[in-house]
Design a protein around this ligand. Structure first.
Ligand SMILES: Cc1ncc(C[n+]2csc(CCOP(=O)(O)OP(=O)(O)O)c2C)c(N)n1
Ligand code: SF4
Ligand SMILES: [Mg+2]
Length: 294
């Protein structure tokens, strides 16, 4: 029987090994608050695996398993199918994976889950690189960011996970951020209650990989939104809503200027990056306003 006293203290156990200021840890705590104890979680390798626990010790007070980097969504689909076969429609099945495990290595299984329409809630915490194995660049790494595999700055653009999800016509998909925890929780709630597959793609400040002062995690999450580097929007049964349409963007230096991963850029390159981000914000949001995907 689930102990209600545990719920009051949260569903994350003591002593996880996240770095100080880790955005992922806060996202996991907020996700647990929304999904509650009647949830089975699937986590692949990556920093979130610290919540799978070590040896015999669990990292969360809910049922779950750690699978492979390729197959979070496929495993979650299998668990959903098994629960359905037992007549259990109340338990939430949650895939919780990083950007590498979602946009790159696990993309095929995610696409299959979306296409079949399996009722699985999927959270991608996007720290924009393969952090757990030493900050290698992923397809979610933004242009110009330095990683151990893109030391001079990434030369290609970030892959667009939302567009991929929407192309599958799933019932619910949203981008979210730690800049507004109420908005994050509202989106997690909608994803949990979706009548089919759902996605919440959460921008995730990582002090270790982005090389910034751990005290600034929330400030950087806010700066990403205010500079237009991270756009908040939702896709609900075909309808797109931009959550906070900005008419003016904050100076790009309030975001990139505080991170070591952009330190190699000279003043001119920073200005050019700021211009690209700004142009993209206005082009992208006006495209979203005109789009209708049913
Ligand atoms: C197929 C495969 N390739 C590589 C690895 C090694 N590996 C383990 S965790 C990890 C990083 C995953 O990155 P991401 O999904 O972005 O999560 P993060 O570490 O950033 O939290 C990698 C590459 C693996 N486990 N499986
Ligand atoms: S490397 Fe980044 S994502 Fe991983 S635990 Fe540390 S701060 Fe969190
Ligand atoms: Mg990552």
């Amino acid at each position: 029987m689930y102990d209600i006293k545990h719920e009051a203290k949260g569903l994350v156990t003591h002593g996880n090994s996240a770095c100080a200021g880790c955005g992922l840890e806060l996202i996991m705590r907020k996700t647990m608050e929304v999904v509650g104890p009647d949830t089975i979680i699937v986590i692949p390798p990556g920093c979130a695996a610290m919540f799978s626990g070590f040896g015999k010790e669990g990292g969360l007070k809910i049922a779950g398993c750690q699978m492979n980097l390729e197959n979070t969504a496929a495993c979650a689909s299998g668990i959903r199918a098994a629960l359905n076969a037992q007549g259990n429609t109340h338990t939430t099945v949650l895939g919780f994976a990083g950007d590498g495990g979602t946009l790159d290595i696990g993309l095929q299984s995610l696409s299959g889950m979306f296409e079949r329409g399996d009722r699985v809630m999927y959270v991608c915490y996007d720290n924009e690189a393969y952090m757990n194995t030493g900050v290698q660049g992923s397809s979610a790494t933004p242009a110009s960011a330095s990683t151990t595999t893109t030391p001079g700055g990434k030369t290609s653009q970030k892959k667009d996970l939302m567009m991929i999800a929407m192309a599958h016509r799933i019932p619910y998909a949203a981008t979210a951020s730690l800049q507004n925890l109420n908005d994050l929780k509202k989106k997690l709630e909608k994803a949990k209650n979706a009548n089919g597959p759902s996605l919440v793609h959460v921008h995730t400040p990582c002090p270790t990989g982005w090389r910034f002062n751990p005290a600034l995690s929330i400030e950087l999450a806010r700066a990403a939104v205010r500079t237009g580097a991270w756009i908040l929007y939702e896709y609900e049964n075909g309808k797109i809503t931009i959550n906070n349409k900005l008419t003016e963007l904050a100076e790009i230096d309030t975001y990139i200027g505080k991170q070591g991963r952009f330190k190699h850029l000279n003043a001119e390159q920073k200005t050019e990056l700021g211009k690209q981000i700004k142009d993209n914000y206005f082009t992208y949001t006006s495209m979203l306003e005109r789009m209708s995907i049913h």
